[in-house]
Design a protein around this ligand. Structure first.
Ligand code: FAD
Ligand code: THG
Length: 810
């Protein structure tokens, strides 16, 4: 790393953390540029109250936060410590919120963050000012606290400077230069700076800086109200800045921290106040600083009223100062991290809270240095995760405002986005509506979870009604559709499954190198493959169908896969996402062949198209690519065609299927069936941090292959497995859990659930979980903490259904 020039744009908590971590890794030509004056250049970090609540449904976010706490706890400046370890307390003022706090406590247990659900009395001990008659209970996280953001900036920059970094303040980056798609440097209002690596840590200005290399960042700055009270008499004489835990009242969209004898109050209940890039004032124009807009008192009125209700002692205090402070939101509430696809060497670390800032600094430093990040699984933070439709300014604005409004809402894992919907529709949409589809959203597509038209199938079936939480976005029809698929035949809309064509001279060789399987078999072969990272971690799992000598259709998991392949493809190999403009139906079930064969002259017998083979054919008038595979574990095919012919394909199959009792089935059934079959879902069950051996997909690694991306690293990990993705069934046949719950053994949290569903064929709840390898022997008894209950579970041999593959290979 010596001799390579890095320019970090922005000296907020993120830029400072990165400068520290890069210089610690031997980068000796790091320059941090900020247009404002240090250490408070005027971005969000300059006024953030610094509450660090580590609790998060995302394991990655929780771990980034944990690292931030660890690091800030070690940092000091002349002014004092960078972290005030006061703990965190979230209080429930409704029974629903108390249940939610149990769920949140479950995440903490799953990710290894110490916490406790506490009584109203304990809440009052921790926060004497609370009117506990309004409190149902609390979640206490002793490791939470206050990050002193400005001190954190100073301390981290000081370390970086001591290792040779250069700080350039009051200097604005006006342009970023590239040559042949590679970064060469930046222009500032004080001259040029050459660079091999430029990192955008520009906070709310991120979109403006990213646009300098033609990159569109889906990020919106929104104003958020923060007020400080005068002395609260009950706290008179408090000499320490803060002694009581940081406090959240999510039912009131409020959070609190102490500041000596007064309080800071943050509020999310007001109308979203997005600010366009042009609306952000410059350092010279801004009255206080560019990220601070003037306080709109009327928006704060409900917050003040709620506050005086919950903390009656505040009635004797006044709001002394307030701001509408700007910070960033994204369409899925996750940060934007990574390298720009079309400007190599230009990196982004955006939409990061103080809470995750030091973690992100470490993650980015590893990634930039090594080419991958070993400390955190950054899959959910990938800059390249968005589809084109998600970059539409209206979409970004609507999603970001919605996410602001919902910051503290209790969100069900299946809850679809509210705005903008409907957005993408498959060609089957009209038929799905006629059948009473209950639509949720998948990658922007409307997709039925079940069909009311199948209500008549429920009668006479044993379908347990799940607990309250699992009964949302659910109907007994889900169970009926699942069972029926295994009995007869069903149509599944698979349009949301992303499809990519890889074509052109060199395609076969390229894919053979990128994937873990054998891609160079005969035309018509289909393979289940892994894409690995340099460290042997799983980047994705994909199916690769060889449709021609140099023509491949891939089923992939996300836009990041497309970018990954493009980033490694040689000249001449084309990688095209064909998801929009095409569609897919899964026709699955024991009677699938009876439905399909009469519609075509092509041979769809077992011999005519074997399992994991594909071919082109006509189904009635419709040209399709048929792939014989099934995520639900039944005989049948994925049938792909162009969008214009989709409806015709549906109608053709539907007509022919009538005599066999064909139904349309939804995603609820699909998920249950896939878990019975034990098929992993990338991003949910496994991610970058896992290797194939521990994830149970080692069979897809063809070790005999001379060479493939990540080969040495993955082979090296083979004998070092210490944890495994493991199949659990719930002992009580009416129980079901949702996912992300902690798993306990002998009273200790030992792992966490990834996906879960009820298995309607096997008649048991299923939960896949990451567990220490010594607890994965079938028969091992464990328990899953579900809200406030312990649910008994047993490690069970997988797959739970049809291990001999008789249902599919027939
Ligand atoms: P910033 O701190 O904004 O730094 C970006 C820097 O880039 C700025 O200094 C800017 O001058 C510089 N820059 C931009 N463009 C250029 C350019 N072209 N040339 C040179 N320099 C440039 N988070 C928490 O975790 N806990 C909280 O309690 C919390 N409370 C908050 C309360 C409020 C009112 C607000 C507004 C935010 C709060 N946040 C909180 C969020 C948190 O403050 C931010 O997410 C975080 O500070 C962002 O840090 P950053 O380094 O990315 O950006
Ligand atoms: N269909 C297609 N592509 C896909 C998926 C899909 N790509 C992404 C994701 N889903 C990949 N996941 C799987 C998981 C399992 C199987 C297929 C895709 C599967 N496995 C068989 C097994 O393990 O028993 C066969 C494995 C083999 O023969 O190699 O079917 O749903 N198009």
């Amino acid at each position: 790393m010596a001799g390579k020039r890095v320019v970090i744009i922005g000296a907020g908590v993120v830029g400072a953390a990165l400068a520290d971590e890069l210089t610690a890794r031997g980068w000796d030509e790091v320059t941090v540029v900020d247009k404002g004056a240090l250490p408070t250049p005027g971005g969000s970090s300059s006024h953030a109250p610094g509450l660090v609540f580590q609790t998060n449904g995302s394991r990655t976010m929780a771990e980034l936060a944990r690292y931030t706490v660890e690091k800030f706890s070690e940092l000091h400046t002349e002014e004092g410590p960078c972290f005030l370890p006061v703990g965190g307390l979230e209080v429930a003022t409704s029974p629903e919120r108390l249940a939610e706090l149990h769920r949140r406590a479950g995440w903490n247990a799953a990710w290894g963050i110490d916490c406790a659900i506490v009584s109203p009395q304990r809440c009052q001990e921790l926060w004497p000012m609370l009117d506990v008659s309004k409190v149902y209970g609390g979640l206490h996280v002793p490791g939470d606290g206050i990050a002193k953001a400005v001190r954190g900036v100073t301390a981290q920059l000081d370390r970086a400077v001591a290792r040779g970094a250069r700080l350039v303040e009051r200097t604005e980056v006006l342009d970023v230069h590239t040559e042949n798609g590679v970064v060469t440097g930046v222009s500032t209002d004080a001259g040029e700076l050459a660079a091999d690596v430029v990192v955008c840590c520009a906070g709310i200005w991120g979109p403006k800086v990213a646009a300098m290399v033609g990159l569109s960042l889906p990020l919106t700055p929104l104003a958020h109200q923060l007020a400080w009270t005068s002395q609260v008499p009950a706290n008179a004489g408090q000499r320490d800045e803060a002694v009581r835990p940081i406090l959240r009242n999510q039912d009131g969209d409020l959070y609190y921290r102490e500041r000596f004898d007064g309080l800071g109050i943050g509020y999310y209940g007001h109308r979203p106040m997005p600010v366009a890039q042009e609306g952000i004032l410059s350092c010279t124009e801004a009255e206080v600083m560019p990220s601070v807009h003037s306080f709109t008192e009327e928006d704060f009125a409900p917050a003040w009223e709620t506050t005086r209700g919950l903390l009656p002692a505040t009635a004797e205090a006044k709001i002394e100062e307030g701001i509408n402070g700007l910070f960033s939101f994204t369409p899925d509430d996750m940060p934007l991290l990574g390298e720009a696809p079309d400007a190599r060497g230009f990196w982004v670390a955006e939409s990061v809270w103080v809470t995750q800032s030091a973690g992100v600094g470490l993650a980015m430093a590893e990634w930039i240095t090594e080419g991958y990040c070993s400390s955190f699984d950054l899959h959910s933070c990938e800059l390249t995760r968005f589809d084109e439709y998600q970059l539409a300014p209206d979409y970004v604005l609507a999603r970001d405002c919605q996410n602001f409004a919902e910051v503290y809402d209790i969100k069900h894992p299946l809850q679809p986005m509210a705005e903008p919907r409907p957005l993408r529709v498959s060609p089957f949409h009209a038929r799905q509506e006629e059948l009473g589809g209950y639509f949720l959203e998948a990658h922007g597509f409307e997709r039925p979870q079940w069909y009311e038209a199948n209500a008549n199938l429920v009668e006479g079936r044993d379908i347990p009604v799940p607990n309250d939480w699992a009964a949302r976005y659910w109907s007994p029809i889900v169970g009926a559709e699942a069972q029926y698929t295994r009995e007869r035949v069903a149509l599944y809309d698979m349009t949301a499954l992303r499809r990519v064509m890889v074509t052109g001279p060199g395609s076969a060789e390229f894919l053979h190198y990128m994937a873990t399987g054998n891609v160079t078999r005969s035309v018509g072969s289909v393979g289940y493959n892994l894409l690995l990272d340099r460290d042997g971690g799983i980047r994705s799992d994909v199916t690769i169908a060889r449709l021609g000598r140099e023509e491949f259709q891939l089923g992939v998991n996300g836009h990041a896969d497309v970018d990954w392949l493009r980033g490694h493809a040689p000249q001449g190999v084309s990688i095209q996402d064909i998801t929009s403009g095409t569609c897919c139906l899964g026709l699955w079930g024991p009677l699938a062949r009876e439905v399909l064969q009469p519609l075509t002259t092509a041979d769809f017998s077992h011999e005519g198209l074997k399992f994991f083979r594909g071919k082109r054919a006509y189904i009635g008038n419709v040209p399709v690519t048929a792939l014989r595979l099934s995520y639900v574990g039944e005989l049948g095919w994925e049938l792909y065609t162009t969008a214009d012919l989709g409806l015709k394909l549906w109608d053709t199959l539907w007509e022919a299927g009538r005599e066999h009792g064909i139904i349309a089935a939804g995603r609820g059934a699909f998920n249950s069936l896939r878990l019975e079959k034990g098929y992993r879902s990338f991003g949910g069950d496994m991610g970058y941090e896992h290797d194939p051996w521990e994830a149970g997909v080692g069979f897809a690694v063809k070790e005999a292959k001379a060479e493939f991306f990540g080969k040495d690293a993955v082979l090296d990990r083979k004998d070092r497995v210490t944890r495994r993705l493991t199949c659990l069934t719930l002992d009580d046949p009416v129980e079901v859990v949702m996912g992300h719950e902690p798993v306990f053994h002998d009273g200790c949290a030992v792992g966490y659930v990834t996906s879960a569903a009820y298995g309607y064929t096997i008649g048991r709840g299923i939960a896949y979980a990451w567990l220490p390898a010594n607890l994965t022997e079938p028969g091992t008894s464990l328990s899953i903490r579900y809200f406030d209950r312990d649910v008994a579970a047993t490690v069970t041999e997988e797959p739970l259904l049809d291990p001999e593959m008789k249902r599919m290979r027939c």
